[in-house]
Design a protein around this ligand. Structure first.
Ligand SMILES: Cc1ncc(C[n+]2csc(CCOP(=O)(O)OP(=O)(O)O)c2C)c(N)n1
Ligand code: SF4
Ligand SMILES: [Mg+2]
Length: 293
């Protein structure tokens, strides 16, 4: 049981229109309260755009610029440079985008911003699919998962975005989970104090997209971390890997079994996913120093 050390500054209001039980809203609430009042949001078309809402009904207390799916990091770069020109270097420019807007359609803009080391905080809410348009696959969708556009299960692996970003040698990359909110808040706080491009990937078990009951998202996120399917770690300057949770305590099958997107899996397929997770875990262990959140 984790006691959440958390001060709500009122940066996120009730009455937003996320699905009841959505942990993207929970994570966004903690992120925005940690970032504080001196911030501007840049929001790509995604569930976070739906959650933030449109003027004058926004659920978030910071000004928000709704951008296109391709251009989140480019818009944020422009806003940050305008703030610098106005003599306001301390305002945090925070991108809120989905995995489709990050791994796929916005990747070129993100890569360019990372190459320029723009001073932005980029949050990717990774629900492993194009969810607010009905649940199509993205390049973040994991192997074997059923989506609206992969009805027999996706045949290819989840794109390793962290290694792509690490190759840009940006100062900070981290994975976080709504099951580990103290770790999430600490990483957002750390990112805020670093100049340059920071990217945080938030795992978001999506209730309709993954086929989960309304009360299962935090539990599923915790299983993702504890099985090693979604390890929590940080990468400094693209080379220095640090594990936030250095052990595994659950099987991959335990993580898969509550999700309807995996209910068609054979024992061989489950064993294959366990073997792939083990291999990735060993690779991460080999390059990281680790601990316990
Ligand atoms: C170039 C482009 N293609 C398609 C769309 C339609 N569209 C709007 S939101 C969205 C889904 C985005 O998925 P993701 O970024 O993963 O966010 P999620 O909805 O899962 O939170 C799509 C396809 C668009 N706005 N722009
Ligand atoms: S579709 Fe998924 S990510 Fe989007 S609001 Fe609903 S539960 Fe949250
Ligand atoms: Mg998505």
């Amino acid at each position: 049981m984790e006691l959440i050390k958390y001060q709500d500054e009122g940066q996120f209001s009730s009455g937003h229109v996320a699905c009841g039980g959505c942990v993207e809203a929970l994570a966004l609430r903690v992120i925005l309260n940690t970032v504080g009042k001196d911030a501007i949001g840049v929001v790509s078309p995604s569930c976070s755009a739906v959650i933030c809402g449109g003027y004058p009904m926004s659920a978030v207390k910071i000004p928000v610029f709704h951008t296109t799916l391709e251009s989140g990091a480019a818009s944020a770069s422009g806003i940050k440079r305008a703030l610098l020109a106005q003599g306001k270097p301390d305002t945090t420019v925070i991108c809120l985008a989905g995995d489709g807007g990050t791994y796929d359609i916005g990747l070129q803009a993100l890569s360019s911003a990372a190459e320029r080391n723009e001073d932005i905080l980029y949050i990717c809410f990774d629900n492993e699919g194009y969810m607010n348009t009905g649940g199509q696959k993205s390049s973040s969708t994991p192997k074997n998962a059923v989506t609206g556009s992969t009805p027999a299960g996706k045949t290819t692996r989840k794109k390793n975005l962290i290694e792509i970003l690490a190759a840009h040698r940006i100062p900070y990359i981290a994975t976080v989970s709504p099951s580990h909110l103290n770790d999430l808040a600490a990483k957002v706080e750390k990112a805020k104090s670093i100049r340059g491009t920071k990217v945080i990937i938030v795992l978001v078990p999506c209730l309709p997209g993954w086929g989960l009951p309304d009360n299962a998202a935090v539990r599923t996120a915790r299983k993702a971390v504890e099985s090693g399917v979604f390890p929590l770690f940080e990468v400094f300057d693209g080379v220095d890997y640090r594990l936030s949770v250095g052990t595994r305590s659950q099987s991959v099958e335990t993580y898969l079994k509550e999700q309807k997107r995996y209910r068609h899996l054979s024992a061989d397929q489950i064993a294959g996913l366990q073997a792939e997770t083990d291999a990735e875990w060993d690779r991460l262990q080999a390059r990281a120093v680790g601990g316990q959140v």
